[in-house]
Design a protein around this ligand. Structure first.
Ligand code: S3P
Length: 426
């Protein structure tokens, strides 16, 4: 078990950061979607972290040729998925296992998907159930809900599905299955979730449209798609740790370079702005997604209630909770039950660790209230094997120091996190 000791910062910083981890969601999709083409996909700034390298390795085991030069990747598919000889290990990645579930259910062959001890405890029926209802053969522990998952792929039926959960992973798994189904499929979600899958596959030539009733219509593929040619932007969820660092450190400012400005991904910045931080968005490109810099400067923070479009900031809530702890007044997080089934139960992980730091809170089934405005004391906290809990409390440690246990999981999404954190002291 690795641990980290964070020293208080005790000084302002003004820094431009262009080395934040590339986007995890987009990198997973780059690896997977490349196999819908028969030509070489060229991907710059692929996220070279454990989660996404596992997806890349799975794509290779499915027969694609992968050439890697640092974070520049070329993926050349063979035109047909080959049945892998070994179990496919998604490591810690929920996105990896759930999207592969949709993709492989509709491809002739036999596959076993598994993951680390944390992933094996996460629910898979959210994708396996709707996939089974259109003919997918997926089995696993606990009545098919837990990995390892055994999949026997084949042609699936066309579907009309209204998802009870607002989840981009469920939506993406169903879209991937729909591409190889036997008719036009319709998928509906209550609130728009991150839409990288629709944007990227449409950019590759798939027919994916939204109708007047709010259904996404997915047309099955009649041939191959164009290859991807993409520079993966900076991950707004990873960059957000440093947005919070600037927002809570008097007289500080950070420029976060080349971040995706996709509206479904930057809601946490909007929340931080509502709390009082100064935030500017400078868009400079649009390739599949809008892209630009986000500039965050410190100002006194006030409490906020977060209850709408939760999926747009679900990954940033642990870091936002650090800002809430220092903000004046009581902040409220509601409608966020999904936090309980992330890499850890993030509601318990956040409030239990904040309690160790001397912060008062009230826990609810679908969120929490943080009674902020005091301070964050130094404590020894547990990451519960969750990269975002570890990094959020590392940022909290800039105030009075922090000891964090089980920090090796940071490598799943942001291997150079500590180098950047240390550079704030330069
Ligand atoms: C992701 C979707 C979200 C998010 C996860 C990445 C994706 O999960 O929390 O980190 O890449 O599709 P849900 O779709 O389960 O909300």
């Amino acid at each position: 078990m690795e641990k980290l000791s964070i020293e208080p910062l005790n000084k302002p910083f003004d820094i431009e950061i262009d080395s934040i981890a590339s986007d995890k969601s987009i990198s997973h999709r780059c690896a997977m979607f490349s196999i819908f083409s028969d030509k070489t996909s060229k991907i710059k700034n692929f996220l070279c972290a454990e989660d996404t390298l596992n997806s890349l390795s799975i794509v290779e085991q499915l027969g694609a040729q992968v050439k890697r030069d640092g974070s520049y990747i070329e993926i050349t598919p063979t035109g047909k998925i080959s049945e892998p000889a070994n179990i496919l290990d998604c490591g810690n990645a929920g996105t990896g296992i759930r999207l592969f579930c949709g993709l492989l259910s509709s491809q002739e062959g036999s596959y076993i998907l598994t993951g680390d001890k944390h992933l094996k405890e996460r629910p898979m029926n959210r994708v396996a159930k709707p996939l089974r209802s259109i003919g997918a053969k997926i089995d696993g522990r606990e009545n098919g809900n837990k990995a390892p998952l055994a999949i026997r792929g084949g042609t699936l039926d066309a579907f009309t599905y209204e998802s009870p959960i607002d989840s981009a992973q469920v939506k993406s798994a169903m879209i991937l299955a729909a591409l190889r189904s036997n008719g036009v499929c319709k998928y509906k979600e209550n609130e728009l979730t991150r839409d990288h899958t629709e944007r990227m596959l449409s950019g590759m030539g798939a027919t994916i449209t939204k109708d007047d009733q709010g259904y996404i219509n997915i047309h099955p593929l009649t041939g191959v798609l164009k290859p991807l040619e993409i520079t993966v932007p900076t991950d707004p969820s990873s960059a957000f740790f440093f947005a919070v660092a600037a927002a809570i450190t008097p007289n500080s400012r950070v420029v976060l370079k080349n971040v995706t400005l996709n509206p479904t991904r930057i809601e946490a910045y909007k929340a931080l702005e509502k709390m009082g931080a100064n935030i500017e968005y400078v868009e400079h490109e649009n390739i599949y997604e809008p892209l630009g810099d986000i500039i965050v400067s410190h100002k006194e923070l006030n409490a906020i209630t977060v209850e709408n479009n939760i999926s747009w900031l679900i990954d940033e809530l642990p870091a936002l909770s650090i800002a809430m702890s220092l903000a004046k007044g009581t902040s409220v997080v509601k409608n966020a039950k999904e936090l309980r089934v992330k890499e850890s139960d993030r509601i318990s992980a956040v409030v239990d660790n904040l309690a160790l730091c001397g912060v008062n809170f009230t826990e609810h089934e679908d969120g929490y209230e943080i009674h902020g405005g005091t301070t964050l004391n130094k404590a020894t906290i547990n990451s519960f094997g969750d990269h975002r809990i570890a990094m959020s409390f590392a940022i909290a440690g800039l105030i009075n120091g922090m000891e964090i246990l089980d920090t090796e999981y940071i490598r799943t999404s942001f291997p150079n996190f500590m180098d950047i954190l240390e550079s704030l002291r330069a």
